[in-house]
Design a protein around this ligand. Structure first.
Ligand SMILES: CC(C)(COP(=O)(O)OP(=O)(O)OC[C@H]1O[C@@H](n2cnc3c(N)ncnc32)[C@H](O)[C@@H]1OP(=O)(O)O)[C@@H](O)C(=O)NCCC(=O)NCCS
Length: 183
């Protein structure tokens, strides 16, 4: 297997026109349509880097900062930012373009963690490392390393909380929350 590959060798751009069947009841493009395109491009970048079958392990929070309208052209740009042993963080930027008014809007940025899977064992498989050729690539790798660490810590803390949480006393703390308990 190739030991290292450049970031550029797996960068992907995907463009898709937002057609009427993608709209929600409010007339804007359904968020799920954008999420599906993001998953598709994340897979393409991860599979191009690893040359293996990959699965989506996790998706960072996705904050839509601008709505996407029917008729706009959506452009997604993806890059492998960070790789571990078998996981790859893919950074995705989404823009939408309003042809009529010549306006480009940033829709959202998110990070997908993809894991390469060995075809025979179906277990996580080792992936090539990244060749970092620009300052920005080094910076993205460092941020990706920290995101991986913090996400791992969050998963562990939440697992521990699941074990330790006292639901009876926490139920008492719901008084100031926006709920009515009618057991
Ligand atoms: C993701 C998956 C392969 C991890 O399997 P696992 O047995 O927990 O594997 P490991 O603990 O050895 O972790 C493998 C890698 O995945 C990463 N990983 C595991 N769970 C993760 C999570 N929830 N978020 C981010 N990364 C994760 C680990 O950090 C590790 O990375 P590294 O090898 O670069 O250090 C497994 O949970 C899986 O198959 N999930 C289903 C994925 C899927 O089907 N997605 C599509 C849903 S429709």
């Amino acid at each position: 297997m190739t030991q290292f590959r450049t970031v550029k060798s797996s960068q992907v751009v995907l463009k898709e026109l937002m057609i009427p069947s993608y709209s929600n009841f409010g007339g804007k493009v359904h968020g799920g349509v954008i999420l599906s395109l993001m998953d598709k491009i994340a897979y393409t970048a991860a599979a191009s880097h690893s040359r293996q079958y990959c699965v989506t392990a996790s998706v960072d929070s996705v904050n839509f900062v601008n709505p996407v309208e029917v008729g706009e052209l959506v452009t997604l740009m993806a890059s492998v930012n960070y790789v571990g042993r078998s996981s790859m963080e893919v950074g995705i930027k989404v823009y939408s373009e309003d042809f009529k008014h010549g306006i480009n809007k940033h829709t959202n940025t998110s990070y997908f963690t993809m894991v390469a899977i060995d075809e025979h064992t179906r277990k996580p498989a080792t992936v090539p490392g990244l060749i970092l050729e620009e300052d920005i690539e080094v910076q993205r790798f460092i941020w990706g390393k920290f995101r991986k660490r913090f996400k791992g810590e969050y998963r562990e803390q939440f697992k521990a909380l699941h074990h330790d949480l006292d639901i009876t006393s926490e139920t008492e703390n719901l008084r100031d929350e926006n709920c009515q308990i009618s057991l």
